[in-house]
Design a protein around this ligand. Structure first.
Ligand SMILES: [Zn+2]
Length: 453
C-alpha cells in the first residue's frame, strides 16, 4: 500500500505541474498569430514555442513578474488568497482548478490501471498475436507501474492534450492544430520505441495494416505538399460557416470567458466566421476540394497494400520488415492516426453532402488524428462512435442544471477517448469476433477473386 501512496502523491504533483503548463497553453496558444504567407515548416513551430514561453508568468494588470513560489500549482493561488501580491487584482480560480483537475486525472488513471487493473491490455501469446487486424487486443495481463509506466505517461500526455483542447474548444469553438500534432508526433515516436506485442496498449501492425499506413502516410505528405504549393485548393477560404452551433454564444457579450476578467485587456477573440448559411451547392463544392485532398492517401494506401499482398517478392520483404517491433509499432501508430482522422473526415464529407449543412469541424479531424496515433485505429474508431452518447449525457446534465450552452464536438470526443483508455479492451474484445470475421471474409473474397482471375 505504501509504494502506491508515494507514487500517487508524486503523480498528483506531476499532474498539477502539467496542469499549470496547460493553463498557459489554453490562455496563450489561441493568441499566437501566425503569418499566413509564411509557408515554411519550422518558423511556425519556433513561433509557437516562443509564444508559449514568453513573457514569463506575470500579473496581467500590473505586469509584475510572479515569484517562483506563487507559481506552485494550487498552493500558490491559495496562499495568495486568489489575489495578485502586488496590486491585489483577483486571479481567476480557474487556474488552480485546472491544476487540481490534471493532478486528479493522473491519480485516477494510476488507480484504475495499476491498482484496479482496468486499462490497456496485451494480446494473449496463444491467441493470434497480430495476425488479423493491427490493433485488436484480446486478453489482459496485470499492469505494473515499474514496467508499464511508458504507456501510462503516453496516455497522460494524451489526457493533458485533450483537456487543453477541450477547454479551448468549449470557449472559442476552435482546436488549435498544434495540440493534436504534438500528440501525433508523441504517439508515433513512443510506439516505435516501446511497442512489442506483449506490451499492453502496443499498436504493432499486421503486414496489411502496416502497408495501408505507409502508403497512406506517404499519400498524406504528398497532399500536404500539394496543398502548401497551392495546387490543392483550401476549402472554406473565408472560414467555415457555423451552422450547428448558436452563433450568439460566440458574440463577445454572450461568451463565458472565465479568463477574460476585466484585467485582461486583450482577451482572445473567436475566429471570424461567415454567418450567412451556405447553400447545398456551395457546400458540395467545398467538400469536393476536401475529397481531392483525401485522394492521394487513399490511392497510395491501396496501391501499397496491393503490392505487398499480391506480389510475393515484395510481400516477403515486407513481412520481414513488419516482424521488427520498431517498424510494426511505428506503422501501427501511423495507421491509428490515419484511421482516426479519416473516420471523422469521411463522416464530415458524407454528413455535409447528405444533410446539406456542415457536419463536424476540421479541428475534430485533427484531434482524432492525434488520438489515433496514441490509442490506435480500433480504439480511436470506437471513441468516435461513442462520442455522441457523451454529448447526450452532457445535454441532459445541462437540462437539469439550467445551464444552456452549446458545446462543440471536441469535448465529447475527448470524453469518449478518456473512457476508451479504460474500457477499450473489453469493448474491442467484444467486437473482435465480428471484426476478424469481416477481415476473414474480405480475405476470402480477395483470395477467391485472385484465383478466379
Ligand atoms: Zn498585479
Amino acid at each position: 500500500m505504501l509504494p502506491h501512496l508515494i507514487l500517487i502523491l508524486f503523480l498528483f504533483a506531476l499532474g498539477a505541474c502539467i496542469g499549470s503548463f496547460l493553463n498557459v497553453v489554453v490562455w496563450r496558444l489561441p493568441q499566437i498569430e501566425h503569418d499566413p504567407n509564411d509557408r515554411s515548416f519550422f518558423a511556425p513551430v519556433l513561433k509557437t514555442i516562443e509564444g508559449l514561453s514568453n513573457p514569463p508568468s506575470h500579473c496581467p494588470k500590473c505586469k509584475n513578474k510572479l515569484k517562483w513560489y506563487d507559481n506552485i500549482p494550487v498552493i500558490g493561488w491559495i496562499k495568495l488568497g486568489g489575489k495578485c501580491r502586488f496590486c491585489g487584482q483577483s486571479i481567476s480560480p480557474r487556474y488552480p482548478i485546472v491544476e487540481f483537475l490534471t493532478g486528479a486525472l493522473f491519480v485516477f488513471y494510476y488507480v484504475m490501471f495499476f491498482m484496479l487493473q482496468i486499462g490497456p491490455c496485451a494480446a494473449h501469446p496463444n491467441l493470434v498475436p497480430h495476425a488479423t487486424l493491427g490493433t485488436l487486443r484480446m486478453v489482459p495481463r496485470p499492469l505494473a507501474f515499474l514496467i508499464d509506466y511508458p504507456i501510462y505517461l503516453l496516455y497522460m500526455a494524451l489526457v493533458s492534450g485533450l483537456l487543453a483542447s477541450s477547454l479551448i474548444d468549449a470557449e472559442l469553438f476552435i482546436i488549435p492544430v498544434e495540440i493534436p500534432w504534438v500528440l501525433a508526433l508523441l504517439g508515433i515516436v513512443a510506439h516505435a520505441i516501446i511497442d512489442k506485442p506483449s506490451l499492453p496498449g502496443a499498436l504493432n501492425a499486421s503486414a496489411g495494416g502496416a502497408a495501408l499506413a505507409l502508403g497512406g502516410g506517404i499519400g498524406l505528405i504528398i497532399s500536404i505538399v500539394l496543398f502548401q504549393k497551392g495546387i490543392l485548393a483550401q476549402s472554406f477560404p473565408d472560414g467555415e460557416p457555423m451552422q450547428d452551433v448558436d452563433v450568439e454564444t460566440l458574440s463577445p457579450q454572450g461568451k463565458v470567458l472565465d479568463y477574460a476578467t476585466p484585467e485582461f485587456l486583450d482577451p482572445p477573440k473567436p475566429p471570424e466566421m461567415p454567418t450567412r448559411p451556405m447553400s447545398r451547392r456551395e457546400l458540395a463544392a467545398e467538400m469536393r476540394k476536401e475529397m481531392l485532398f483525401l485522394l492521394p492517401p487513399m490511392v497510395l494506401a491501396i496501391v501499397w497494400w496491393s503490392l505487398t499482398t499480391f506480389v510475393p517478392a515484395i510481400g516477403r520483404v515486407w513481412a520481414q520488415a513488419v516482424a521488427l517491433n520498431f517498424f510494426s509499432g511505428l506503422t501501427g501508430a501511423i495507421l491509428g492516426a490515419l484511421v482516426g482522422g479519416f473516420v471523422v473526415w469521411i463522416t464530415r464529407i458524407l454528413g455535409t453532402l447528405g444533410f446539406g449543412r456542415l457536419a463536424m469541424g476540421l479541428g475534430d479531424v485533427h484531434l482524432m488524428f492525434g488520438v489515433g496515433a496514441i490509442i490506435g485505429a480500433g480504439a480511436a474508431t470506437v471513441a468516435f462512435f461513442l462520442a455522441p452518447f457523451f454529448g447526450i449525457a452532457i445535454a441532459i446534465y445541462m437540462l437539469f442544471t439550467g445551464k444552456r450552452r452549446e458545446l462543440p464536438y471536441g469535448p465529447y470526443l475527448s470524453l469518449a477517448t478518456a473512457f476508451v483508455l479504460l474500457f477499450g479492451c473489453p469493448i474491442m474484445a467484444w467486437l473482435t469476433p465480428g471484426a476478424s470475421g469481416l477481415a476473414l471474409m474480405i480475405r476470402e473474397l480477395l483470395h477467391g477473386g485472385a484465383v478466379a482471375g
